[in-house]
Design a protein around this ligand. Structure first.
Ligand SMILES: [Zn+2]
Length: 345
């Protein structure tokens, strides 16, 4: 199950930052072996994370930023350390980010002209082991040509464009999509708030986005063959199903809504952050959506995270997925005081 939901790269990355408290026991046994016996060979630098991967010749650990480096966290991919035009290390940046010893190791590494990044296995006494390429591939699973980025996967990939073009009004939606995903979703919500778009339109746009993402996961992890017509058809029927469901539920909720007794959420005391997590599960479609919200002790909103899964068998499983995502997120945030709130029973 773990391999299906969390690609190995993510786990490798997640584990470098934390100590040995990773929850998945089965993988825990294998990870040190993989980490100790592999490193990246730098090609274009698009797949290698600067601070999380082993990629510097002469080092067996991911590098750490030099103490006085500013904004080192803004640099994520090795690609960002390379001057593309003349295919050379950006030596000024490298010297700013790393201590002199590490910087000199990096600057000694020769950059090949057209090779892809490769996770290579160091020879071991036990012989050779190999990692399946699908676990280390971070390019878009639809086109295999671009980096797997949300905006690309949802809107600019030839595959997703094909899906949107089948959807009524889809080309208009595509034309209005710019910058980043948060801005896109915000503009959609605003359009509904200002009544220039209907709620059904929003539901369709969100469902299509979700369906494309879901297809991406199935292509990536279950080796499914991507089919734009099928994705568009399913998205449209799911959107109209949701629309009907929502209308029915709204009538029912309005009828039952108590007049008093409003629920109020209270933040925890300083310095605690709270992650609220919940899952919704549809037993007919076996689809699960999970959502996490992070707020601080003053009740300020710090972010949210959503995910969807197909093929979940029972609602308890859905709740557990939400909880495990919350645990994972809280570790990634590296806050020391995080409270997880759930309605798990
Ligand atoms: Zn693509």
């Amino acid at each position: 199950m773990q391999a299906k939901y969390f690609p190995l790269t993510t786990i490798l990355h997640a584990n470098y930052k934390t100590d040995c408290s990773w929850a998945w026991k089965g993988l825990q046994k294998k990870l040190p072996f993989i980490k100790a016996n592999s490193r990246w060979r730098v090609g274009s630098g698009t797949k290698i994370k600067i601070w999380l991967d082993v990629w510097i010749l002469g080092m067996t650990e991911p590098p750490t930023p030099r103490q006085d480096a500013v904004h080192s966290e803004n640099y994520i991919w090795v690609l960002e350390l390379i001057i593309q035009e003349d295919n050379q290390w950006n030596s000024i940046l490298v010297q700013q980010l790393f201590d002199p010893e590490t910087a000199s190791l990096i600057l000694q590494m020769r950059l090949p002209t057209t090779t892809e990044d490769k996770l290579i296995c160091n020879p071991t006494r036990n012989g050779i082991f190999s990692l399946k390429s699908r676990y280390i591939n971070s390019s878009c699973p639809f086109c295999n040509q671009h980096m797997e980025e949300t905006m690309h996967v949802l809107f600019t990939c030839p595959f997703s464009r094909a899906v949107w073009m089948i959807i009524p009004g889809g080309s208009g939606i595509l034309a209005g999509v710019h910058s980043n995903i948060a801005t896109v979703f915000e503009s959609w919500m605003n359009a509904v708030r200002q009544k220039s778009r209907s709620e059904s339109w929003l539901k369709l746009a969100m469902t299509v986005s979700w369906s494309i993402w879901n297809e991406k996961c199935e292509v990536q992890f279950q080796k499914k063959k991507a089919n734009p017509v099928e994705v568009a058809r399913k998205a449209m029927s799911f959107a109209s199903y949701l629309d009907g469901l929502y209308k029915k539920q709204r009538d029912r909720v309005v009828a039952r809504l108590p007049k008093t007794n409003t629920l109020h959420w209270k933040p925890h005391v300083s310095p605690f952050y709270v992650i609220n997590c919940d899952a919704s599960y549809d037993k007919n479609t076996k689809l699960t959506g999970i959502a996490l919200v992070l707020r601080d002790f003053a009740g300020n909103w710090w972010g949210c995270s959503i995910k969807c899964y197909a093929g979940v068998k029972v609602s308890e499983h859905a709740e557990c997925l939400a909880f495990s995502e919350a645990v994972k997120w809280s570790k990634a945030l590296q806050h020391t005081h995080v409270v997880l709130e759930t309605d798990l029973q």
